[in-house]
Design a protein around this ligand. Structure first.
Ligand SMILES: CC(C)(COP(=O)(O)OP(=O)(O)OC[C@H]1O[C@@H](n2cnc3c(N)ncnc32)[C@H](O)[C@@H]1OP(=O)(O)O)[C@@H](O)C(=O)NCCC(=O)NCCS
Length: 210
């Protein structure tokens, strides 16, 4: 165990056995912080894209929050985005793509989780030079019952310390433009918005010195 938050909530290293719970947390927070269950026809794909690969490829920086009802959140990251994306493209996505049909490029024909199947066949890693000052990146998602108790703040600070100790001097995050709550949360941790012509407009990029 890494530490206790109080109230029966602890932070511990994420394990392979946590993959189903990690997928579920990702699904239930995957619509700009809200529940994406109704949108998806495959409940695991969001987590297999955005969360589980961190436990597999960066286990030293992958943590779950466990509460009275089991796993209720995760905090994940990597100190080296370039190396992480290189490995994810080589080792993680190809075997996953091999067991899913590619729905093709025509978005008007996509249904349910087709967008995710397409993303798994054609993974996009956004790490242009404009972000290199902040080489670490990470993700945090907590189920509703876990929010507003200071767990996010303490968990993120813990991850940020681990990433700094691993040599990263800065960290960036991808946030949905609709997720104003998460943007406010990250600002309290010292993150601010990065704007650059090389960054896609449909995502808000935030960064902080570690
Ligand atoms: C965003 C999230 C990680 C915040 O974690 P949390 O444990 O609820 O936040 P904390 O209780 O630690 O709050 C820390 C600070 O952030 C602020 N904050 C947290 N959530 C906020 C929100 N929705 N709106 C405004 N401020 C918020 C708190 O007021 C607090 O401020 P303070 O330091 O001035 O007191 C959590 O609510 C969550 O997982 N949401 C759903 C998934 C999500 O959106 N993930 C981010 C995807 S990019």
């Amino acid at each position: 165990m890494e530490f206790e938050f109080g109230g029966g909530y602890v932070l511990r290293r994420a394990l392979r056995e946590d993959h189903p719970a990690i997928n579920l947390v990702c699904l239930r927070t995957g619509n700009s912080g809200r529940d994406a269950t109704a949108r998806e026809d495959d409940p695991d794909l969001l987590g297999l894209i955005y969360s589980v690969p961190y436990q597999v490829l960066e286990p030293d920086f992958a943590f779950v929050v466990e509460g009275p009802n089991g796993v209720c959140g995760y905090i994940l990251g990597t100190p080296d985005s370039a190396a992480f994306y290189e490995r994810a493209g080589r080792e993680w996505f190809p075997p996953l793509a091999a067991r899913l049909a590619d729905p093709g490029p025509d978005e008007s024909r996509w249904r349910g989780s087709d967008w995710a199947r397409r993303a798994i066949h054609h993974p996009e890693f956004i790490y242009p030079e404009a972000l290199h000052e902040w080489p670490a990146h990470g993700h945090i998602d907590l189920l509703q019952e876990t929010r507003g108790k200071g767990i996010g703040r303490r968990g993120m600070r813990y991850l940020m310390t681990k990433l700094r100790e691993a040599g990263a001097q800065g960290m960036h995050l991808h946030v949905s433009p609709k997720n104003l709550g998460a943007q406010a949360f990250y600002r309290t941790l010292g993150f601010s918005v990065v704007q650059h012509p090389s960054l896609p407009r449909d995502t808000v990029f935030m960064a902080a010195v570690l």
